[in-house]
Design a protein around this ligand. Structure first.
Ligand SMILES: [Zn+2]
Length: 249
């Protein structure tokens, strides 16, 4: 049983063979893939894909380094669109902060706060991107008293991972945990009840030779995580599936 809480199967990389990709992933025991919207175009495509394929679930959002270039009116319009579709989505995402690609960090923070308010208002989890702004993202989420939080591909320091754990938020572990020591260490210190799995497909593959990642490759992460936690892979799958259900359904 594989759960991918953060993927972009709406991207052009899958446009040609999406039917095949879905079929293959279902065959390899993938049970749910949350597609995370990065802009208005992606949000709309995700809604239509999740109507067509039961495997795909929708999270709508706006990528930090894209939404820091838009106007207040454009932002409000998209926020309204997401609110209007609250019954068709299972989370708000991908939203957050990004200091690697930044045009206006003040704007990123302002819009992130509004996404947190939206997720509380519609009572849906929020899937957070926090590249090179891990501390700021955690500070804002704590100040806003966000409680249904998934930190996606979290690369902050151990001290910050501990804050995530204390806040009872979730860590979603990317597929490259098989070769990244920091993610392995995060798995080690995170309670099983707060672990989720993700790919960020088409990015962050477990194997540098695989240029297009897919949710089914989480099978490799599960092996690694089970090894770290001294569990059976089956046992681990059940725990992660239960975490997914508890948080999103
Ligand atoms: Zn992403």
């Amino acid at each position: 049983m594989i759960i991918d809480v953060h993927a972009h199967l709406d991207f052009d990389e899958y446009k040609k063979d999406i039917d095949k990709v879905i079929k293959k992933n279902v065959e390899e025991n993938v049970k749910a893939v949350i597609c995370n919207g990065v802009n208005p175009k992606a949000n709309r495509r995700i809604l239509s894909l999740s109507k067509k394929y039961y495997l795909l679930k929708s999270a709508l959002g706006y990528y930090p380094s894209e939404c820091d270039q838009i106007t207040r009116q454009e932002f409000n319009k998209e926020l309204e669109f997401i609110k209007k579709n609250k019954d068709n989505i299972i989370a708000v995402g991908e939203v957050g902060l990004d200091k690697k690609y930044v045009h206006n960090f003040e704007k990123q923070k302002e819009f992130f706060e509004e996404f947190i308010d939206l997720s509380s208002e519609i009572n849906k989890p929020i899937i957070v991107h926090s590249r090179k702004a891990e501390l700021e993202a955690i500070d804002i989420l704590e100040r806003k008293k966000a409680n249904k939080v998934v930190m996606h591909c979290f690369s902050g320091k151990k001290k910050l991972v501990k804050r995530i754990i204390e806040n009872k938020w979730f860590l979603s572990i990317p597929a490259n945990v098989v070769r990244n020591q920091q993610f392995q260490e995060n798995v080690n210190i995170c309670p099983l009840k707060q672990l989720l799995t993700e790919t960020d497909s088409p990015f962050l593959s477990h194997n540098p030779k695989v240029s297009r990642n897919e949710p089914r490759f989480i099978a490799n992460s599960l092996k690694k995580i089970a090894e770290i936690k001294c569990l059976d892979v089956k046992e681990l799958e059940n725990i992660i599936f239960a975490n997914y259900q508890r948080l999103f359904l």
